[in-house]
Design a protein around this ligand. Structure first.
Ligand SMILES: *Cc1c(COP(=O)(O)O)cnc(C)c1O
Length: 219
């Protein structure tokens, strides 16, 4: 099956209420075009440079998502390009987003990335650091939190399910609190290997790379 067919198949399999994001990191514009032709309009990258390179060359009606670790000195390059940043994971990054977007008189939509598996190697916020971040978000003028994102550890289905449940519960509880600048609209969880389980556990946004474009080869 080619890229076009894979997108068509995925779109037919996942509920209409779930957003399918095509993770196009390391992929060429030609490969992305195949996905676009099949109706893909949400694309995600994990490197700022890759968004900067692709943005002017690709269709202007797509929504770009940033899903990688974001360095503070690169935030300025994302203004006016990204639709949603999935990887807010620390206060220093929040401060920089606030500063860069405030200066330009714009607002930025972000998700808080939760490191639910507590893996040292992974990015994302630990639960014990969440309240401090939420406090600061509430005083921001330019940063709007729209939900949560998580990347879970590699594990069996039962354990995955539990991680997804935990994040969904957190999302539900934050929704109920109605905090300033914080709304729970997006729950971004699930990738090629676990998107089905993630959707069953309440995800409304899945990020699929290899399941669309085939195996990634890093040069
Ligand atoms: C690469 C990546 C994905 C996609 O992973 P696949 O296994 O190729 O589907 C999803 N989310 C993040 C944050 C990624 O970096």
């Amino acid at each position: 099956m080619g890229i076009y067919e894979k997108v068509i198949k995925l779109k037919s399999e996942i509920p209409e209420s779930v957003t399918l994001i095509s993770v196009s990191k390391t992929r060429s514009l030609e490969e992305m075009e195949e996905a676009y032709k099949a109706g893909a309009r949400d694309f995600a990258e994990n490197k700022v440079q890759e968004i900067r390179d692709k943005f002017p060359e690709f269709h202007q009606d797509v929504r770009w998502h940033f899903i990688g670790h974001l360095q503070r000195n690169k935030v300025k390059y994302l203004v006016d390009k990204v639709y949603l940043i999935h990887s807010l994971d620390r206060i220093s990054l929040l401060e920089e987003l606030e500063k860069q977007y405030e200066t330009k008189g714009k607002t930025v939509n972000v998700l808080i990335e939760i490191n639910i598996g507590r893996e040292g190697s992974k990015t994302g916020l630990l639960l014990e650091d969440l309240e401090e971040l939420l406090d600061r978000v509430q005083t921001c003028r330019s940063v709007k939190v729209k939900g949560l994102m998580t990347i879970i550890p590699k594990c069996d289905e039962k354990t995955s399910r539990n991680y997804f449940k935990e994040v969904k519960n957190l999302w539900d509880s934050l929704k109920e609190r109605n905090l300033n600048n914080i709304s729970m609209e997006v729950l971004s969880m699930g990738m090629t290997n676990d998107y089905k389980v993630a959707i069953e556990e309440g995800s409304n946004t899945v990020r699929v790379g290899e399941g669309i474009f085939g195996k990634r080869e890093y040069k």
